[in-house]
Design a protein around this ligand. Structure first.
Ligand SMILES: Nc1nc2c(ncn2[C@@H]2O[C@H](COP(=O)(O)OP(=O)(O)OP(=O)(O)O)[C@@H](O)[C@H]2O)c(=O)[nH]1
Length: 312
């Protein structure tokens, strides 16, 4: 009888915009000799991250009907069952959580006997945004939970901090989670060997008790077939991020621009905004889709902010 080895599982967590997808791509590039499956859980109906997975992988599951950490009718367990039925069993499963996931609940699934028989949770990797993690820790309990549950903490976007500030942050994270291996990166570039991935998991015990989910955080989707005036769009997005830094955490999506045939990728995590060309629309009719994530965001407000930037 063929002995089937457990599938290695890596959970990638971290607050909205911390650099999870960026780090996942950097990690996948180092696993190119293996059969890799990715689960992307996005908060909101449109999964932008799935289009940003640059590395070749064997299968991508997009879970967009809710946060996998708190849905009762759990899609993740269905996916785990489905993977076991694949003709060619993968070596590695990478799960990118939503930015507000209670990662303790997801870790807990890998302690269920039926799951444990087939999957081995190797590492829970928390990406923290050096630029704003301290602020997020005060505002969002899930951020603290993600840090405290991690086996590995990657302090990302280190160029945004001075060396003393980085050392200070390192010590704070060390205090928050003395069991974790802490490292630093720019653009999620960390060598797998530095993550000590060949070692046994650092954390063997069951995860801490769940925290109450912060459902004040919501997603607003803005869609329009009309083209944006990009200069005006930059102006309104920059302006509102500056005015509402504690309410608006993340913007991402693709927009149709007035003077370009290409689609434009919009990304913002608070202190910066980037809008860059992202290739042709292919067979899709050009149409903008922007996802806004924040606290108690209202669709009408987002529409009111964006509509002046649309070409008349
Ligand atoms: N300056 C800088 N930007 C970074 C770094 N890492 C990621 N980014 C940028 O930060 C933005 C968010 O990165 P993502 O990898 O999509 O972050 P995420 O955590 O997957 O975001 P969500 O899925 O929305 O929670 C993108 O524009 C990245 O290019 C970094 O180290 N430095």
């Amino acid at each position: 009888m063929e002995i089937k080895h457990p599938i290695n599982v890596y959970i990638i967590t971290g607050f909205l915009g911390a650099g999870k997808t960026t780090a996942l791509n950097a990690l996948l590039a180092q696993f190119s000799g293996s059969k890799n499956v990715v689960v992307e859980n996005e908060f909101g109906k449109v999964n932008i991250d799935a289009t940003l997975i640059a590395e070749k992988i064997d299968h991508l599951y997009e879970l967009t009907s809710g946060c996998i950490c708190c849905s009762l009718d759990n899609e993740l367990l269905e996916v785990l069952g489905g993977i076991l039925g694949m003709a060619n069993r993968p070596d590695n499963l990478f799960i990118e959580t939503t930015g507000i996931a209670d990662v303790g609940n997801i870790i807990g699934m890998f302690h269920l006997p039926d799951v444990k028989n087939h999957y081995e949770l190797i590492r829970t990797i928390c990406i923290v945004d050096a630029e704003n993690v301290e602020e997020r820790l005060e505002q969002v309990p899930e951020t603290g939970k993600q840090i405290s549950c991690a086996d590995v903490i990657i302090i990302n976007k280190i160029k945004s901090l001075t060396t003393p500030a980085l050392i200070n942050l390192y010590h704070q994270l060390e205090q928050a989670n003395p069991l974790a291996f802490i490292t630093i990166s720019e653009n999620g570039e960390v060598a797998v060997k530095d993550l000590q991935l060949s070692e046994k998991p650092l954390r063997q015990q069951a995860p801490p008790a769940p925290v109450k989910h912060l459902h004040k955080i919501n997603t607003v989707l803005f869609e329009s077939p009309e083209a944006f005036d990009l200069n005006y769009l930059v102006y309104v997005l920059d302006f509102h991020f500056n005015v509402y830094p504690h309410q608006l955490y993340r913007i991402k999506g693709y927009v149709r621009a007035k003077d370009s045939e290409e689609k434009m990728l919009v990304q913002s995590t608070g202190k910066y905004l980037s809008i860059v060309p992202a290739g042709s629309w292919g067979d899709m009719p050009p149409s903008s889709v922007l996802v806004f994530i924040g606290k108690e965001l209202k669709t009408a407000t987002i529409k009111r902010i964006l509509e002046p930037a649309l070409k008349k």
